[in-house]
Every structure is written in C-alpha cells, then in structure tokens.
Design a protein around this ligand. Structure first.
Ligand code: ATP
Length: 301
C-alpha cells in the first residue's frame, strides 16, 4: 500500500503571546505543495521501518521516535489491530526544514495502515489521531489550503483558486523548531517596548484569504507574513542575503517557510518560477520549483 502526502508552506503565520503552559496560539494559512513523501506499508509481525530519499537523512530516527512509526502504533492501539507493519518511507521534503516532512510521513502512515489493515476509520477519526501525533499532521492529511488555529491543528478549509508557483531554497542543515520559538520569545522580550502588546488570539489577515480566493499571486505576495522569520534569521543570518537575492532576481516576495531554514519565493507564473530557479541554482543554491495547492495524504498504489 503506497500513500503520498505533501509538504507545506505557511503563507501566513502569526504567533500569539507565550502562554503559561509554554505554548503559543497560532493563526496560520497552510498551502500543501508538490514536494511529496511516499510511505509504502507492508504486512509484518512487528513495527519496523526504513527511510530513503533524495534529501539528507541525518537526524531521521528509524525507531519509535519516528512519527511514521508512532502513527502506525497509535492506529493499531486505537483499533485493536494485533499484528504490525513495515513502513518504507521515501523522503523528498527536507529534514527539519520547516515544511512538515515528518508530519507528512505520519499522515501517510495513518492512511496507509488504515487501508492495509482495513480498519476503515472515518475522516474525523483519522483527524483526531493525527492531532495527537503533532500539530501539523491534520493538515498533511487534508492538504489543499487551510486555515489553522489553536496550535495549528484546528483546521478550516480556505477557498483557493488557481495555482501558485514557488521556488524553494533548501539548506543541508536543519533548524530545531523549539529553538526558533525560544529565540522568538527572547527577541520579543528584548524589544517589548517597540513591539507593544502581542495578541493572545491571533487571526489570519483578510487580505490573505482574499488573495487565495482570487488565485492572485501578486496580492498574496503583499500579504505573506511569518512571525518566526525574525528568529530563524537570527539563528541563520546567512539566509538574509539569499532572501534578498531571490527578491532582487524577480520573486514577487520571499519568506522563511515555517520555522525554516527552507526559503519560499512566490512567483507570478510557472515560467517565472523556472527562470528564478535557474538563477538561484546558478548561484550555487539548492533550488526547486513546486506548486500548490495539492491534495493531502492519499493512496497512490
Ligand atoms: P516541525 O514539525 O518541527 O516544524 P520540520 O518540518 O521542520 O518539523 P521534520 O523533518 O518534520 O521538520 O522533523 C523535525 C525532527 O523530527 C527531525 O529532526 C527528526 O529528529 C524528527 N523526526 C521524527 N520523525 C521524523 C520523520 N518521519 N521524518 C523526519 N524527521 C522526523
């Protein structure tokens, strides 16, 4: 059973004030893009996995710390399934890149095991298990374009028309998401006088919804926002020049994807994206052309 799930770009990410429990409320607009993880599930007695793919696999565990294996075990526990599974994960999404690759693996593993074991969970049941695995897993299950609130796991579909073309610049070294949040909290504390009060209940700007509905990349470019970007750039100052280079080379706008370090440049057309990809690749960057929105985790064979 082969299932494919997409990576994502947060085209809007507002991070609310730090809560007493150490978390932040988020308001985000996700777009699933055409960079996919494939998970092949086969019958087995225990729970095992292997990982391959075109990305640097350093730091990807193949034991119970792996989100895909945790997804399979959770589904088995919840449904009373008594045998196991072998998962073969093929990664295209950069590891610790801010594009939700591990979450896509978990969503794909849930769908693959549900089909392989014939456990037949409903959409809402799968969504509930996904949310227990991680805040980005429900979106990888659903795909398309969606608004996430809470910790990003409370999803509402957003109407989106047309296609958006992106050039991604990936980095070999990932960044840790908790470290980026820590850096953001420290930055906000240092600059609290200038920044002023931070919303406890953030919300996605109406301009973003409007641009997605209109399928208008120029309008979306003007509305892109990522509150984590300032923190990621402090941890990875080298990325600022790459952002400037992409924007000076014709991108409508560029931003850090999620917690980074992947950078996403929005382009006006597929041709425009091909040109930008060529320019950035010639400058020595790992640049990829992707588009969104694309569907969530689904059986492909
Ligand atoms: P986050 O969900 O933290 O924003 P990300 O999209 O930046 O993550 P991922 O590649 O999903 O990055 O994973 C981050 C870390 O999670 C990895 O460094 C790794 O230690 C761990 N991990 C667990 N399962 C997986 C998996 N299936 N693929 C990749 N990393 C995984």
């Amino acid at each position: 059973m082969r299932v494919r799930a997409p990576g994502k770009i947060n085209v809007y990410l507002e991070v609310g004030a730090l809560q007493h429990d150490g978390y932040h409320e988020l308001a985000t607009a996700f777009q699933a893009v055409s960079l996919f993880e494939d998970v092949v599930a086969t019958h087995a007695d225990g729970f095992t996995m292997s990982v391959g793919g075109a990305v640097d696999l350093d730091g990807v565990p193949t034991d119970d710390r792996n989100l895909a294996l945790r997804a399979a075990r959770l589904l088995a526990a919840e449904t009373g399934y008594e045998a196991g599974v072998h998962l073969d994960v093929h990664k295209q999404v950069p590891v610790a890149g801010g594009m939700g690759g591990g979450s896509a693996d978990a969503a794909a593993a849930l769908v693959a095991c549900d089909a392989l074991w014939d456990t037949r969970l409903t959409g809402p049941e799968l969504h509930r298990l996904a949310a227990r695995l991680g805040a980005d897993v429900p979106f990888a299950l659903r795909g398309g374009t969606a608004i996430g609130t809470g910790r990003g796991d409370v999803l509402n579909p957003a109407l989106a028309r047309g296609r958006f073309d992106w050039v991604l610049v990936t980095s070999v070294d990932g960044v840790s998401t908790p470290k980026v949040y820590g850096e953001l909290d420290a930055h906000r504390e240092r600059h609290k006088v200038d920044i002023g009060p931070i919303a406890t209940r953030p919300s996605v700007d109406a301009e973003v919804l409007h641009a997605l509905r209109a399928g208008d990349p120029a309008m979306l470019a003007a509305a892109l926002r990522n509150d984590l970007q300032v923190a990621t750039l402090r941890l990875r100052p080298d990325l600022a020049a790459v952002l400037e280079h992409g924007e000076a080379s014709g991108a409508l706008a560029g931003l850090v994807s999620g917690s980074g370090p992947t950078l996403a440049f929005l382009c006006g057309s597929p041709e425009h994206a091909l040109e930008l990809r060529t320019v950035l690749a010639a400058a020595g960057h790992d640049a990829l052309h992707v588009h969104g929105p694309v569907p969530g985790a689904r059986v492909v064979g």
